[in-house]
Design a protein around this ligand. Sequence first.
Ligand SMILES: NC(=O)N[C@@H](CC(=O)O)C(=O)O
Ligand SMILES: [Zn+2]
Ligand SMILES: [Zn+2]
Length: 346
Amino acid sequence: MTQTLTLRRPDDWHLHLRDGAMLDAVLPYTAAHFARAIIMPNLVPPVVRGADAAAYRDRILRALPEGADFTPLMTLYLTEDTDPDDVAAAHASGLITAVKLYPAGATTNSASGVANFDNVAPVLERMAEIGLPLCTHGEVTDPEIDIFDREAVFIDRVLDPIRSRHAGLKVVMEHITTADAAQYVTESTGNLAATITTHHLVINRNHILAGGIKPHYYCLPVAKREIHRLALRAAATSGDARFFLGTDSAPHTDANKLLPCGCAGCFTAPNTMSILAEVFEQEDALEQLERFTSLNGPDFYGLAPNDATMTLTRTPARYPDLIDTPEGPVTVFDPLMPLNWSVNSD
Ligand SMILES: NC(=O)N[C@@H](CC(=O)O)C(=O)O
Ligand SMILES: [Zn+2]
Ligand SMILES: [Zn+2]
């Protein structure tokens, strides 16, 4: 039985670091394992202009622990007022790696997102020209559409039309949760990839709703039926270069999760790599883990994979149940299974 696993150091292609005291509290967990991460721009107020991203990047760099080797890859939050020239300048200077599309009202802090997709066509056109990827929170917000169908309907109503209109645009479907999304990626002929979270490989909707409501398993897009979880596992472990890790680690204080109207998000930064090793081993696909965490993402974004390596050892993983932050405790995602792989510390 394999006892150690050595991979190129992983990257996280979808991460929420927040700001202020929460940033200080959560960043060390990501920086301990990941070399780079795509930093989500859904702060309050959102990271809309290049200058906002530059200031946020500085705050992240200042919050890094001594000796950490971590590069934040910044994104801009697309609004209907986004200026294509500002986006192009931020890209040209190397400041940003992607632009993020939130349909207005789809998820946490998405009020400034896009309602009329025609209004962002000039920005998308420019992004296609300059090769700047668009990351999408792929859910429609139409109240008529069942929440479990919102991702699949987004593909038909929004994503496919955008991709037809802007053929050169590189698109990442973030945190996919359905077999429909995985299939849409598999059947595409170029410029399209998807991130998959750690938690969507572990939970289905029963974990949220059966035997009492479990707010810590509530995230968006909400976890779907078991057949979808299995399709995500198949995609993640397939080795297909179009699927890669985006943890969507999304810290909220327990006080904000455990409310009559609680926040969406799972905090997986501390135990993601141990969970993924477990999942890939369950799927008899440990040899594909490095592609998913460390190779496919850089390949899509046109970056070199990391030179440094990470070693995991077959020994029970230890991680906190929750972390303390000045804003209050944040529960760490409980994968409901023993984790037999630990990340070696140097
Ligand atoms: N995934 C979530 O459930 N929450 C994210 C927002 C997002 O990625 O949609 C957050 O910012 O908390
Ligand atoms: Zn999202
Ligand atoms: Zn997210």
